[in-house]
Design a protein around this ligand. Sequence first.
Ligand code: ADP
Length: 627
Amino acid sequence: MTTVDRVLGTEDEETATSAAQRRVRQLLALNQSAILITGEIELDSLLQRIVDEARKLVGCKYAALGVLGEDGFISKFPTSGVSEAEREQIGTPPKGHGLLGVMLRVGQVLRVSDMSKDNRRVGFPPHHPPMTSLLGVPIFVRGKLVGDLYLTDKIGGSDFSEEDEWLVQLLATHAATALTNAQLHIENVGSLQKVRVQRARSQALLRVNQAINQSVHMDEVIELIIKSALELLGVAGAAFHLLEHPIPVHPPAVPIDAGAQSFKARYAVGLHEMLTTDAAELPMVGSVAGRAVASRTIQVVNDTLDEPDTIFPRLADKELRSLVAVPLVAGDKISGVLSVYSDQPHDFNADSIALVEAIGAAASTTIYNAALYEEAQQGREAAEREGQRLRELEQMKDEFLSTAAHELRTPLTTIKMSVGLLQEQLELATSNGGSIDSRLFNLMALVDESSQRMHSLVNDLLDLTRLEQGRATWTVEEIDLREVVTASIQATAPLFESKNQHVSLHLPEVYCPVRGDRERLEQIIINLLSNAHKYSPPGSQVGVRAIRSSDKCTVSVRDNGPGIPEAERELVFERFYRSTLHRKDRTPSTGLGLPIARKIAEMHGGRLWVEDAQGGGSIFILETPSA
Ligand code: ADP
C-alpha cells in the first residue's frame, strides 16, 4: 500500500465532504507550489524555491534541502525559516552525518517526532536553533537519489502526519522534474557557450588565414598573426623569435650548446621596450624558446616562479607568470618560435594551448613562404641589378666599337689609297724596265687584302650599330621578293663561278609582295649566298627557293657544306661568333654578317634562322610578312 492509498483510506473519521474539501485545498496549494518550482530554471534559485515551497506546503518552522554531491556528502544546503544571521551563527553547513546521513544512505522517507530521542543523531552544532520533529523526504531524478528535503518543527506543535509525508512526496516529484530541467539548462548553456567560443575562435583563425593568404610580406604577416593571437587569447604579450639561420628539423632533438645562435625578436607586443626592437635578442641557451627549438615540441610554463634559472623575456609593465612557446616548423626547417605570455600563473588550458599551436602552424607555413618570397625578391633584385650592369656594359662596348670604327675609317681609306697608288707606281716602274724585288709586290698585296678586310669590318660594325640604334635610313616600298632574290644571285654569281659552285633557283609563279627596303633585303640574301659560297667546298650545289603562302613570303638558301652544330645555331647570330668548325680557317670573316642580316629581318617584322639541311649542310630561312 502506497502512502497516498494510506492517506486516502483514513477518511472514516471525517465526513467525506470536509476531507475532500481539505484535499482539494492541499492539491491546489501543491499545484501552486509545483507551478512556482517548475518555473525556476536557474539551479540555486530552484533549490531555494523547493525548500520555501515545501515549508509553506506542510506548515513547519524550518526546511532544508541537502543536495548530494559527487563524493556522497551534502554539497549544497539551502534552508528556509533560518535567518541570515542565524545561518552565520551555525557556521559550516552539515556534511551528512547523523540523521541526515541515514537518509542519504537509505534513500527513504523518515519521520521522527523528537530528534533528541533518536539514537542515530549526532547532535546539533552550537548556536543551532532547537528543533524537535522531522520529516525527511528523498528526491530522485531518473531513479538516482539527488538529495533530501528536511522539514522540522510542524507549526502547531503536533508531529508531521502521513498527509504531510504524502504532500511532500508529491512535491518532491515536481522538484525532480524541475531539477532535471535545471540540469539540462546548465548543460545547454555550457555547450552553447562552448560552441560560441569555438565559433569565435574558428572565425578569428579564418580571418588570420585569409589575411595571411593576402599578404606575402613577412612583416605584415607576422604583425597580423601576433595581433590576432593577442585578441584571441586575451593575453598580455606575444612574440615571434626568429632564428637567424633556420635549422633542420632532423635530427628530432639537438643538444643546445653555448655557442648556439640566439633569436631575434622579429615582432613582439606587450614585451619590455628592449625586446620590441629588431635588435632584441633572446639566447638559445636557458630560454623556453631555446627549449622549444631543441626539443621540437611545444613548451608550457605554468608558473615562471617555479623556474628561477630560466631566462624569460620581460613584459612591458607586468610580471610574466606563464607562457606557451611553439616551434615554427615548415618544410624541413625550424625558423623560430611563437611565444604567448600571460601575467597570470596557470593561464593556459588545453584549449588555449591547442589554439597557440594552431596559430603557430599557420604562422610557420606563412613565415616559410614569406621567407622564400623575400629570398626570391632579393634574387630578382640582384638579377635585375646584374642585368642593368650588363646592359650598361653592352652599351659602353657599342659606343666604343662605334667610335673606334669611325676613327679607323679615315686612316684606313688613306692606307687603301696609298697602297693603290704604290702598286700603280711599282707596276709603272716595272714596265719602265726597273727591277723591283718581287717580295715587295707580295707585301703590297697583303697590305691591300688586310686593309680590305679591315674596311669591311669597320663598315659592318658601323652598319650594325646604326641599325641597333635606329639610325639607319630606310626606303620603304612594296617589293616583289622574287626580284630581290634574282638580283642577289646576279650579284654573287662571280663568287660561285670562282669556286665552280652551282646555284639552283626555284621561284613561285606568283608575285611575292613584301613591304621593305629593297637594298636591305638584298643585303640579307647576299650575305646568306656569300656564306654558302664561303663555307661550301668547290663544285658544290647551292639551292635557293622562294615560297609564298597566304600571309608570308619565305626565302631559303641551302648548301651542302659542313653545316652548323646544333648547339651553335643560335650563337652564329651573335656578334663576332664563328662556328667551332671554322675557327682555324683562313676564310675572311667579320662575324657580323648574320647579326646584321637577322636585325634587318626583324626590322621588317620577319625572322631569320638556320636549320640542318637533310643530307648535310645548312639551310638558312628568311621569313617576312607579305604586304
Ligand atoms: P662571317 O661569315 O663573316 O664569319 P657571319 O655572321 O656571316 O660572319 O657568320 C658567322 C659564322 O657562322 C661563320 O663564321 C661560320 O662559322 C658560320 N656560318 C655562316 N654561314 C654558314 C654556312 N652556310 N655554313 C656553315 N657555317 C656557316
